[in-house]
Design a protein around this ligand. Structure first.
Ligand SMILES: [Zn+2]
Length: 246
């Protein structure tokens, strides 16, 4: 690989490095998550201006360093500013980005995860601009969470009990440790999961992000789905998700 290269990237977040510099976490098409130094970003005249806000979709040129990459140019493809300026969309977006940032390793190429991220942000922006029902925004984040867990290999089994193979019937329970929804015959460290939450999880996994607005559920069901996602992340990844989209 050349030491200078161009790729597409989405800004996940940033923090200050020295007085004038920042570390910006980019999620790139070619190399996955890349911590990148941006020099002089705090100067008023910074050539990168507002292009390094979270959610911004860019064409970037990077110089590969020993431990960190350095940003040499950035051109905006889409700002996704509508989502950043809308409180519920901002929360939904940050919630998904937080999971993605913690689930992925630096410099691990994940093109399908990258495509999911771009599609998620595009859809979030489209929903905000179309004044869709407010419940759609957290549901979109839950759908992206589940699709990310599927890509990462942590897909929960939802239709058959992973312990005995029986098909799941109402009322069901959920256990991340056992691998998904479990039947009532099997003993496991599990919490109750309504049939509505179970079928919602299946729909959020199987339907494209663009079909999420057609899925209508109440906030209690959304919270059940979020709890199942948190349990999967806690058990398989050892991470506690703190930014709830619901
Ligand atoms: Zn069972």
């Amino acid at each position: 690989m050349p030491r200078d290269f161009s790729t597409e990237a989405v800004v996940l977040g940033s923090h200050r490095l020295r007085e004038a510099d920042r570390i910006v976490t980019l999620f790139t098409l070619d190399r996955g998550k890349v911590p990148t130094v941006v020099k002089g970003v705090r100067k008023v005249s910074s050539r990168f201006g507002g292009r390094l806000e979270p959610f911004t979709y860019l064409r970037v040129s990077l110089h590969e360093g020993r431990s960190l990459h350095t940003l040499t140019s950035a051109d905006t493809i889409r700002t996704h500013a509508a989502s950043r300026d809308h409180p519920a969309a901002l929360k939904a977006g940050l919630s998904f980005i937080n999971l993605l940032a913690r689930e992925t390793n630096d410099l691990e190429g994940r093109p399908r995860t990258y495509n999911l991220l771009v599609r998620f942000l595009d859809e979030l922006d489209r929903l905000v601009k179309s004044s869709a029902a407010p419940a759609c925004l957290p549901l979109l984040a839950l759908s992206a969470d589940l699709k990310l867990l599927l890509l990462a290999g942590y897909l929960p089994l939802l239709d058959n009990c992973p312990l005995c193979g029986r098909s799941i019937e109402a009322p069901a329970r959920f256990s991340a440790a056992a691998g998904g929804a479990i039947c009532n015959e099997c003993r496991a460290d599990a919490f109750p999961l309504s049939v509505t939450a179970l079928t919602t999880m299946e729909a959020l996994l199987k339907q494209p992000l663009s079909a999420v607005p057609e899925i209508i559920i109440d906030s209690g069901t959304a919270r059940e789905v979020w709890r199942a996602i948190r349990e999967i992340c806690h058990y398989h990844l050892g991470i506690d998700l703190k930014i709830a989209p619901v």
